[in-house]
Design a binder for this molecule. Structure first.
Ligand SMILES: [Ca+2]
Ligand SMILES: [Ca+2]
Length: 309
């Protein structure tokens, strides 16, 4: 049986080789509660807000202005995009899939577990993702890019509780007990994390195959079984109120931003299929790594920027 232990979760091959201790051990997570936050920042509305545009931002591309949750913008690759309240972008409703990545023509660094074309692309670095956005922009004649850290916060429903101008590092883990699925324990179809689906003979065997050097010390979410050991087809779990899927779980997602001003680290948001330690699954938690990192728990989604961004 897999032991429950408050300690590292998933680390992929390159991570172990590179000594990514901070990947596993999120030092400096501050405990506070949403109720303690008295400032509501103007840069982002709540997910329940009616509007989607900050008045300080440029108007959206008229060609994109009609997109809604019910009627998303769909590009030539079949990628769907919906508005995010408080931003000037349309966000892809899912992570970029293996098929969508493969259209890029650069080949795919497949992980050592099975995936279908509708699973999220993994082993994609921040630099790879930026190159993909440039290719997609040229192909489609529109501006595609990674989401900013703040846009990602708006999508997950906490942007109005954060200062858009503050560094991602300063905001990491500061909203305690708030997760992409809400509060409390995950249940139902909350997302593809590291749950009790690993707590059986097949899961243990898979873990030993993936992590031969790690004999103990991983964390599974108690009383939650999402049914997928590794990546799942995108959109398999419950979407949020805006029709965006897998913000939490499946794969971590690159953002445009640097983690802080003193390093080249780039921000990663959301948990993954290899994360079960709840502190890391909080909506406000940021992970980070060098822009060249490729890892089988890391992927991305893209946004479609309007005329202002
Ligand atoms: Ca899972
Ligand atoms: Ca995700």
């Amino acid at each position: 049986m897999i032991r429950q232990k408050k300690s590292p979760t998933r680390g992929a091959k390159c991570g172990r080789k590179m000594g990514m201790m901070k990947w596993f051990f999120p030092a400096g997570v501050m405990a506070c509660c949403v109720g303690c936050i008295v400032l509501l920042f103007a840069g982002c509305e709540t997910t329940g807000g009616g509007g989607r545009q900050n008045s300080a931002e440029a108007p959206p591309d008229p060609a994109l202005a009609g997109a809604t949750k019910e009627n998303p913008y769909v590009n030539s690759l079949g990628m769907k995009f919906v508005p995010v309240p408080g931003t000037n972008i349309l966000m892809q409703t899912t992570e970029v899939t293996v098929d969508q990545w493969s259209a890029f023509g650069r080949g795919y660094n497949a992980p050592d577990f099975a995936q279908g074309g509708d699973h999220p692309a993994v082993n994609v670095s921040w630099e790879d993702a930026k190159a993909y956005c440039a290719w997609l922009s040229a192909k489609e004649g529109k501006k595609y890019r990674l989401p900013t850290d703040h846009e990602w916060s708006c999508a997950v429903g906490i942007g109005h509780l954060e200062n858009p101008a503050a560094s991602p590092e300063s905001k990491s883990g500061k909203i305690a007990g708030v997760y992409p699925w809400g509060s409390g324990k995950p249940s139902g179809r909350a997302g593809n994390y590291m749950g009790q689906e690993w707590n059986n003979a097949a899961g243990v065997a898979a873990f030993k195959r993936m992590f031969p050097a790690l004999t103990s010390g991983w964390t599974l979410i108690p009383e939650y079984n999402d049914g997928h050991l590794f990546t799942a087809p995108v959109g398999s779990y419950a979407g949020n109120s805006q029709g965006i899927y897998d913000l939490g779980g499946n794969v971590l997602e690159w953002c445009e931003d640097r983690y802080n001003s003193s390093s080249s680290w780039r921000v990663l948001r959301g948990g993954s299929w290899g994360n079960g330690y709840r502190e890391l699954l909080q909506s406000s938690f940021r992970r980070y790594f060098t822009p060249g990192l490729r890892n089988d728990i890391v992927g991305f989604r893209v946004v479609l920027a309007g005329s202002g961004g």
